[in-house]
Design a protein around this ligand. Structure first.
Ligand code: CA
Length: 440
């Protein structure tokens, strides 16, 4: 993905809020989602975030605000899910992004600009649904720091499994319980083997956790039996979001031998509403390499482009807002911060690995990156790591409290953004979810 005029840090929009300090959504971002006016009963339709507004893509299509391939792309965004748009591929994605960029530029004029201006809906007045109909959801496990941190808790004698440095590990997750940011969920019931006990117990999860992850959405799919090689992998990835893979550690650690996560992971997964396109992320691509003294990727997981710019430098942070924070009017506490650039495998390698055996991906499928933990202890992306399996308290300075795992009423907020000198700061918005008491 080459840099082009839509990445120019000096381009301004006629929409003032696109330049508000710290905004996630300047003209250089233009992320896609699905929305309607809150509580309106309107049909959900595709939208693009700009400043504090949403561009209504159904209105853009209806009012012929854009033409040619961009109009075809806008038409594909007029319904209540973006699958058809994602299936169209990079040329269509680029056509619509560039057409909207041109209409939003300071000094732009004409009927298309008037139509776009008339289509705007304030973000404060909208609600979202999932941006695609997710046919399948797969969650990877690609942070070596997370793998080592959790491995030390689960298997002190063998913290990093021997396959980790050779294959992007994943499990097939559950698409039905992927929810949009803002959706509360019940603490899960399940079976766990308490330390030292001789028989398992059934009850509400006692070790509820979050996982700081990113997700990425599949664009054009592949036919069954026809793998996607590394050289083509990114043509099949539309963009990225924030993802929280809520985890019941007590249930998970008991049930996952020998087949992998099941109920410990399938009760809720939260995604942020906006998909930031790979084109918008182009200024933030970074080189990818395994350390020289570690196994190098096998040829089918390697490419020159991946080595040169397979990584993405996304700044990430986790905040916790308890019931007490809310009642006392205290700002959420930050639990950790890191960058996606530390991941051991790239999104291209994950996508290629997923298909190499012949598995077919479909437009709108969601792939999770796995927990993102950086190299230092304060960069851990799950509370089981921060609390070292619940043996150390994680302080919540805002309320003078602490946590080892999540409590009822806790809201976990994920944020992500990219920034560097010479490029526009772009953000992902947030992923937010509240833990409700178990029904047991
Ligand atoms: Ca996960």
């Amino acid at each position: 993905m080459q840099l082009n005029h839509t990445h120019d840090v000096n381009t301004r929009s006629w929409l003032e809020s696109a330049h508000a300090p710290g905004t996630d959504f300047p003209i250089q971002n233009l992320p896609f989602g699905v929305f309607r006016r809150k509580g309106s009963g309107e049909a959900f339709r595709g939208g693009v975030a700009i400043g504090d507004q949403v561009i209504d893509l159904a209105a853009i299509a209806r009012d012929n605000a854009v033409s040619g391939p961009a109009a075809q792309a806008a038409n594909a965004c007029a319904g209540d899910a973006l699958n058809d748009f994602l299936a169209m591929g990079p040329a269509a994605w680029r056509a619509l992004r560039h057409a909207l960029f041109d209409l939003l530029k300071a000094g732009a004029s004409g009927p298309g600009v008037s139509a776009l201006r008339a289509s705007l809906v304030p973000q404060a007045e909208v609600e979202h649904r999932l941006p695609t109909r997710i046919g399948d959801y797969t969650d990877f496990y690609t942070s070596i720091h997370h793998a080592r941190n959790v491995g030390r808790v689960m298997r002190p004698d063998d913290p990093l499994t021997s396959n980790f440095q050779w294959i992007p590990i994943a499990y097939h997750g559950r698409a039905s319980s992927v929810v949009i940011s803002g959706t509360a969920f019940r603490r899960p019931m399940g079976q766990a083997m308490p330390p030292g006990a001789s028989a398992p117990v059934y009850g509400a999860c006692k070790r509820l956790d979050y996982e700081l992850e990113m997700g990425f959405y599949v664009g054009p799919g592949n036919a069954m039996g026809e793998p996607i090689p590394m050289a083509e992998a990114e043509q099949h990835i539309f963009g990225m979001c924030l993802l929280n893979d809520w985890s019941a550690r007590d249930h998970q650690f008991w049930e996952m031998a020998p087949l992998g996560p099941f109920l410990g992971k399938n009760f809720c997964t939260t995604v942020s509403p906006w998909i930031v396109s790979m084109e918008a992320l182009a200024p933030y691509r970074v080189p990818f390499a395994h350390p020289a003294d570690e196994p190098q990727p096998l040829a089918y997981l390697d490419s020159a482009a991946n080595t040169e710019r397979g990584g993405v430098d996304v700044q990430l942070e986790v905040q916790l807002e308890s019931r007490e924070h809310r009642t006392r009017g205290v700002a959420p506490d930050r639990l950790s911060a890191t960058s996606f650039r530390h991941q051991y495998w790239t999104i291209a390698q994950m996508l290629t690995q997923h298909t190499v055996g012949g598995c077919n991906l479909q437009p709108g499928d969601l792939l999770g990156t796995g927990t993102i933990s950086g190299p230092t202890a304060s960069e851990a992306g799950a509370i089981v790591e921060l609390s070292v399996g619940g043996t150390r308290a994680v302080p919540l300075p805002g309320i003078g409290g602490e946590r080892r795992f999540l409590e009822d009423g806790d809201t976990v907020i994920l944020r992500g953004w990219c920034e560097k000198p010479g490029a526009a700061r772009i953000g992902f918005g947030e992923s937010r979810g509240e833990v409700l008491p178990a029904v047991g």
